[in-house]
Design a protein around this ligand. Structure first.
Ligand SMILES: [Fe+2]
Ligand SMILES: [Fe+2]
Length: 162
């Protein structure tokens, strides 16, 4: 095993958080699809798959350093959204929380002089910067459209060619 027990356990926890995030986007996508915002829903379902990919990156890292993979149980996501703005606010908060968690992993890796983990986490921090920016932009677009004109988001997304 080329990773400390402590960091190994923390990586497993992060696998759980990424899967939780995947379920969160899946839940929001279903809510948005229910409002017939198909393009927006498609984007969110795609985001859900990306979160699963993040879980796989942590899992594959553990395999590469001969660590132990132990996937934790995943809590159910919320499914009681009243508005799209509320749902997207929740997605942004979740991304900000994930960023903090990954930064904590980086702190741990630095304390242990685990340079390989630091190199891996640097990539994940860059990914989070992109993720936060995307969630923030989507929240801005939802706010500007307003709940009564959400159909405008569909046109906006077609224009972006997403
Ligand atoms: Fe993620
Ligand atoms: Fe994310």
């Amino acid at each position: 095993m080329r990773i400390s027990n402590e960091l190994n356990a923390a990586f497993n926890e992060q696998i759980g958080r990424e899967l939780e995030s995947s379920h969160l986007y899946m839940s929001i996508a279903a809510f948005v699809d229910g409002l017939a915002l198909k393009k927006f829903a498609e984007l969110l379902f795609k985001q859900s798959l990306e979160e699963r990919d993040h879980a796989m990156l942590f899992l594959n890292y553990l395999l590469e350093v001969d660590g132990n993979v132990a996937i934790p149980s995943v809590a159910a996501p919320r499914s009681d959204y009243k508005t799209v703005e509320e749902a997207m606010r929740h997605a942004l908060d979740s991304e900000l929380d994930l960023t903090r968690r990954i930064e904590e992993l980086m702190t741990q890796a630095r304390q242990q002089n685990d340079y390989s983990a630091q190199q891996f986490l640097t990539g994940m921090i860059a990914e989070q910067r992109e993720e936060v920016s995307t969630a923030e932009n989507m929240l801005k677009v939802v706010r500007q459209a307003g709940e009564r004109s959400l159909m405008m988001i569909e046109a906006y997304l077609v224009h972006l060619d997403l």
